[in-house]
Design a protein around this ligand. Structure first.
Ligand code: PEP
Ligand code: MN
Length: 446
């Protein structure tokens, strides 16, 4: 792997997809200049730790739980919102770890997930057509001409919002909130009365007993005090990711220090394009989303370009085929990649292939389709003797009404009640916990 960082102009010369179109070059230069001078959000050594954990996933010794918003927003950087997302991820991780006896690698789609690829550059409402919303990193969600202008100053706001979020996450995961002895206190408010909440409460009692036993035989209770938690987002806006790519003083190697893990989306994974070119040069663990049009040769070419040394933990393939396509489409990919001896962690994104528009106009996903895709993913890996390494989900810690179905049987007619996502529909807290129990069951049988 090369130790140089390609220049930004050379990346732009490759014609990258899904980039902002900025009017004021001087403002872009000023924002990039500012971002080049700010301290890293993560330490390169932490990225290496995560890479070692993902290497265990690729060997079938651990399971990855990656989750968070489709799109974070600047106004969503509040204590409640960050805590609620962390809490649901901690609850899910406990369910997976305890019910399946597998170590769980916890990775938030958090502290940087602000830029979105869009299928159309424009959005029309009534008589008015405006630039599409591309995430708070690029423009505003309000449907006015002024708000939809692409503003480079927002990239500096992404950095500041990510720093504030990550600071709170770090405080929670090391300062006692994530202490396993708090396993009951995470199960408060509305979730407690749901079937999944009650199932969780039972499991939490068992964990209490197990911890009491371990303390009784002399285990150090401080062992339960902190958890490892890492940050991730889609590396989309080149100005931002490039400015935060730095040479690590320990190793003299480039790392994208905007997050521990970054991924390339389904729409920007062209082999000779800028996103692959930039991420090929960084040392972080990285992911690539693979949709149903991916051929086995595409996957192999991406692996050899992005991980020429075939380092374990470096590359995660996040498949997002859709419930109806995974059983037919995934086997050939896994078979060929495995036959070539390529080291990769396989992770299932059961969200992005299962989006549809409800009759009310809301973009939604059915909980049953999400589960069906995860089940297909497990079945395919089981049949091939490979390891279903993890799940990648869009979720929130709140009681939103964005995905239909689940134990509380949310209906299309309920979607208007609390639909808050500015982009794709997320599982709410109860649906997320239900998913964790169902996946734990699949893992137990894997
Ligand atoms: C996403 O993860 O929000 C996303 C846009 O995914 P994909 O690249 O798989 O479409
Ligand atoms: Mn999404």
């Amino acid at each position: 792997m090369s130790t140089t960082i390609p220049d930004l102009a050379a990346l732009h010369a490759l014609g990258p997809a899904q980039q902002p179109t900025y009017g004021d070059r001087a403002a872009v230069d000023a924002a990039v200049q500012r971002l080049r001078s700010v301290p890293p959000l993560v330490f390169a050594g932490e990225c290496d730790d995560l890479k070692a954990k993902i290497a265990a996933v690729s060997r079938g010794e651990a399971f990855l739980l990656q989750g968070g918003d489709c799109a974070e927003t600047f106004s969503g950087v509040t204590a409640d919102n960050v805590r609620n997302k962390l809490r649901v991820l901690l609850q899910m991780a406990v369910v997976l770890t305890y019910a399946a006896s597998v170590p769980v690698v916890k990775l938030g789609r958090i502290a940087g997930q602000y830029a979105k690829p869009r299928s159309s550059d424009l959005e029309t409402r009534g008589d008015l057509t405006l630039p599409a919303y591309r995430g708070d990193a690029v423009n505003g969600y309000d449907f006015t001409a002024e708000s939809r202008v692409h503003d480079p100053q927002r990239l500096v706001d992404v950095y500041n919002s990510s720093a504030a979020t990550l600071n709170l996450v770090r405080a929670f995961v090391t300062g006692g909130y994530a202490d396993l002895r708090q396993v009951h206190t995470w199960n408060t408010d509305f979730v407690r009365d749901s079937v999944a909440g009650q199932q969780y409460e039972k499991l939490a009692h068992e964990i209490d007993r197990a911890m009491a036993f371990m303390e009784a035989i002399g285990a150090d209770p401080d062992e339960f005090h902190r958890v490892d938690f890492h940050s991730s987002h889609e590396a989309l806006v080149l100005e931002y990711e490039h400015a935060l790519t730095r040479i690590d003083s320990r190793t003299q190697q480039p790392y994208d220090v905007s997050a521990h893990f970054v991924w390339i989306g389904e729409r920007t994974r062209q082999l000779d394009n800028a996103h692959v070119e930039l991420l090929r040069h960084i040392k972080n663990p990285i992911g690539v989303k693979l949709g149903p049009t991916t051929t086995p040769d595409d996957a192999l070419a991406l692996a050899s370009r992005l991980n020429p040394d075939n380092e374990a933990g470096r590359l995660t393939f996040i498949t997002r085929f859709g419930a109806g396509k995974i059983r037919d489409g995934l086997p050939q990919l896994v078979e060929k990649v495995t036959a070539e001896g390529v080291n990769v962690a396989w992770v299932c994104d059961p969200m992005h292939g299962n989006t549809f528009e409800a009759s009310s106009g809301y973009k939604t996903r059915a909980f049953g389709d999400v589960i069906e895709e995860v089940q297909g993913f497990f079945d395919v890996h089981h049949a091939l003797g490979t390891w279903p390494g993890g799940v990648h989900v869009e979720l929130t810690g709140d009681d939103v009404t964005e995905c239909v179905g689940g134990g509380e049987d949310l209906l299309e007619a309920d979607l208007g009640g609390r639909y808050e996502s500015v982009c794709d529909p997320r599982l709410n807290r109860v649906q997320s916990l239900e998913l964790a129990f169902l996946v734990a069951e699949m893992l137990r049988r894997a």
